[in-house]
Design a protein around this ligand. Structure first.
Ligand SMILES: [Zn+2]
Length: 428
């Protein structure tokens, strides 16, 4: 007797008509026509069952603070950082916790059950650190929240930041962050990458740096990040977030750089919404796209994920925790409209992001954690096209969120009374 069976599901890899059996919070069986009884049965009706969405790049300490103390008038990254600096002294732990928990409610409703959030450590009170450590504990039953010690104002540029970063790690923050392009000089940036990677190596931690989030083609800290990863034996444990300068780099240089990144097994995270609105701001026309070279990095065998970065904060005033929205934007920005490309963008907000976060038991194979989302779509492409409704969100074998199918009603003579956006392409 199983706890739960989801019957007649399709998977992102193209398999159809599979049943998934769950026992004690783990997936016990995945096969067609599973011969077993269960306490609860869900008929997937041939729709797509996927492991949960994963946001590998977010800032939960700033989320939902849009308008505090004022709006970002220029819309630039630097005004966003300045604005956050204005807000920081006025933050309270309670307000950060309250906003973060409200966002986590949205995340669950969107089937987003794992989030890597950077947390700003450039505050002598470490208020955001303590707030998000509390949130991490509170949401643990329904969201895997991983925290990155992020020195927003520069680990060398901001007085005391290195000690604060180390203290944040001592308090339980999981991952070492950085922001080399924001240090005062290229040399300081390089030194920061080296020092931060050494801390991670010494403490057995993962690394995820904001790296080269600029349009300056000469911002090449990703080179140092890859080299330090190899020097310290951190292959597969280091991520470069943003990497937007790669968009503007000379192609010859990139032809040397990407193999170096592959050698280091560096992860890459692009954040299409933030990149599109924050980058290229000094351009007139033509105006550059501000996203790193996603298809080229994927083709070189790197693990590439897509993150949300911001939702309703000083840097980006929109968003609602929908990782299909992020994949949808990436498809357009990177011109990844081929079928395999679109499937790759779906993987970038699910499997790839889970791999970069080193999530345990992620997936739909026997033995994995029984975390899954039933979407109102037949396949990943349809899911992206529709930003499909999350019909059921399941955590450890229990349904924790539900949304009814989208069926707008029509009043048109001679036509059906309701409409579905699902569409199986017709044969000629
Ligand atoms: Zn970020």
């Amino acid at each position: 007797m199983l706890d739960l069976i989801v019957r007649n599901a399709s998977f992102a890899d193209g398999r159809r008509g599979f049943d998934v059996g769950v026992q004690a919070g783990r997936i016990a069986a995945v096969e067609p026509h599973l011969q077993a009884d269960a306490g609860q049965t869900i008929d997937a009706g041939g729709l797509l069952l996927t492991p949960p969405f994963v946001d590998s790049h977010f800032h939960m300490d700033a989320t939902l603070s849009v308008g505090l103390p004022r709006r970002n008038r220029s819309g630039t990254l630097l005004e966003g950082i300045a604005l956050w600096g204005e807000l920081k002294p006025h933050l309270t732990q309670e307000a950060i916790v309250e906003r973060a928990l409200a966002y986590c409610d949205w995340a669950v409703a969107r089937g987003l059950l794992a989030i890597r959030s950077h947390v700003d450590v450039c505050d002598p009170r470490l208020l955001a650190v303590d707030a998000l450590l509390e949130v991490k504990k509170t949401v643990a039953p329904y969201i895997d929240l991983q925290l990155v010690a992020f020195p927003q104002d520069g680990v060398y540029r901001s007085p005391g930041a290195m000690d604060l970063l180390k203290e944040a790690l001592r308090r339980g923050v999981d991952v070492v962050g950085g922001i080399p392009h924001f240090e005062r000089t290229m040399e300081d940036g390089r030194a920061s990458v080296r020092a931060l990677c050494e801390i991670a190596a010494a403490q057995g931690l993962l690394v995820d740096m904001h790296c080269d989030e600029t349009d300056d083609p000469l911002s090449r800290h990703v080179e140092t990040l890859a080299a330090e990863t190899v020097r310290l034996g951190l292959q597969g444990r280091v991520v470069g977030s943003h990497l937007t300068s790669m968009h503007s780099m000379d192609n010859y240089h990139v032809s040397k750089l990407i193999p170096l990144m592959a050698e280091a097994d560096l992860g890459a995270i692009a954040n299409p919404f933030a990149n599109m609105v924050l980058m290229g701001r000094h351009d007139t026309y033509p105006k550059r796209r501000g996203m790193t070279r996603v298809p080229e990095l994927m083709a070189a065998g790197l693990t590439v994920a897509l993150g949300q970065d911001s939702t309703m904060d000083p840097w980006y005033g929109l968003g609602s925790g929908d990782m299909l929205d992020v994949a949808h934007m990436a498809v357009h920005v990177a011109q990844m409209t081929g079928l395999d490309d679109m499937a790759a963008c779906f993987a970038a907000v699910t499997d790839n992001a889970a791999r970069l976060m080193h999530l345990e038991g992620y997936g739909l194979a026997p033995g994995c954690r029984a975390d899954m989302v039933l979407l109102e779509a037949h396949d990943p492409v349809e899911a992206i096209r529709l930003r499909a409704t999350r019909l059921k969100v399941i955590r450890r074998g229990k349904v924790i969120a539900e949304t009814p199918m989208q069926r707008p009603s029509l009043a048109l003579p001679g036509r059906r009374g309701d409409v579905s956006f699902l569409w199986v392409p017709a044969k000629p």
